[in-house]
Write a protein that binds this ligand. Sequence first.
Ligand code: ATP
Length: 402
Amino acid sequence: MANVKVAVRVRPLSKRENAEEGRIIVEVDNKVAKVRNIKVDNRLDGPWDSREKIVAFSFDYCYWSIDPEDPKYASQEVVFQDLGTSVLSGAFKGYNICLFAYGQTGSGKTYTMMGTPASVGLTPRICEGLFSRQDDYSEQPASCRVEVSFLEIYNERVRDLLKQSDHKKPYTLRVREHPETGPYVQGLSQHLVTDYKQVVGLLEEGIAKRITAATHIHDASSRSHAIFTIHYTQAILENNLPSEIASKINLVDLAGSERADPSYCKDRITEGANINKSLVTLGIVISTLAQNSQMFSSCQSINSITSEGDSSPVGSHTTGSVSGTRRQAYIPYRDSILTWLLKDSLGGNSKTIMVATISPASSSYNETMSTLRYASNAKNIINKPRVNEVRPLPRLYYLHIF
Ligand SMILES: Nc1ncnc2c1ncn2[C@@H]1O[C@H](COP(=O)(O)OP(=O)(O)OP(=O)(O)O)[C@@H](O)[C@H]1O
C-alpha cells in the first residue's frame, strides 16, 4: 500500500500578472504552501493584516519556482531529482508508475512535464534516465526494451499523437478493458526506441500535433489531456532462468482547468466543457478514493484495537464499520475517458505522483485554492502497487529479443 505522493509547484508571475501589478499571495515554507485571502482586507500596502485569512496545506514536496535568484528556488533539475528519480527507481524495481500534472490553465503543467528547449522538463529527463541508468538503483538488468506511445484525449475522444491519422476521422481510437491488465487504447501505435534522441524526436512530434489554442490567461493553452506511456521491460536472470519484468510509466499533462468565458466561440466552449467534465470526474474519483482509503485505514485501526489476535483480513471492497456492514463507495472511473485510462494509477497497481501547479497571483486566488484542495484530497488515496510478475522466457526468445 502506498499513498499518492503530492507536490506543489508555484510558477513565476506571468507578463499579464506583472502588468496588472499582481500581488503574490502564496508562500512556501518547507513542505507547507500558504495562501492568503486578501479579499479579507483590501489595503494593498503595508504589512499584511492579521485579519487576512491564511490557509496552509502540507504536501510531500513544495517547490518555489518564482525567482532563480532566490535561495529556495526550485529549478527543473531540483524537481527531477525528487520526482523524476523516484519514477525511475520505481520503474527499475518493476512497479507501474504514474506522474500527472494538474492545475489551472497557464499554471505550468506543460513546463513541468515537458519543459522548454532551454529548460528541459520531467518527461525528457525521465527518458534520458532510462537510457543512462546508473548503478545506484538496483541490480542492472542484462538488457532492457523501451517502447513508447503518446495519445491525447480531446473532447472525450482519443487520438494517437504518433501516427498519421485520417483527417476525416482523427479521433477514432477506442478504449477497452483487459480483465488482468486493465484499460488500454485499442490500435494505439507503440514505438520501440533504443536511445534518448529517438524518444525526444517522438516527444517533439507528438507535442507539435497536440491541440492548443489561446485562452484569456494563456496564449498557447493545451486543450487536450496528453498521456505519454513508456513500457519498460527488463531482461533478467531469475534463478538462472531468463525472465522479464515489465513496468509501465504514464506521464500525464492534463488540460488546464478554467472558468467558462461566454465570449469564447462555440468550439472553445465545448472544449472547455469537456475538459471540465473530465477534470470534475477526476475530482470525484480522487475524493471517493480518498474517502474509501480513510475508511479503510480507520477500520484497520479499529479492527486492530477491538480484535486483538483476530487475523481476519480487511477486504478491499467491503471495509465497513466494526460490524463490517459499511461498503466502499463506487468509483465512477468510466464516467470519463481520462479516469478510465488512469484507473490503475488511481487506487490501483501503481505508484502515483501528482504535481499541482499554481500561480502565485492574487487574481488566481479561487483557482489556486481549488487546486490545493484537489491536491490535498489526492494525498489521501492509497494505491496498491506491486512489483510486476517476473515472467520466465524461452531462452531463444531472450537471446533474440533483447
Ligand atoms: N516554473 C516555471 N518557470 C518559468 N516559466 C514557467 C514556469 N511554469 C510555467 N512557466 C511559463 O508559463 C507559461 C504557461 O506555462 P504552461 O504552458 O506550462 O502552462 P499549462 O499549465 O500547461 O497551461 P495550459 O493548461 O493552458 O496548457 C509558459 O510560457 C511557461 O514557459
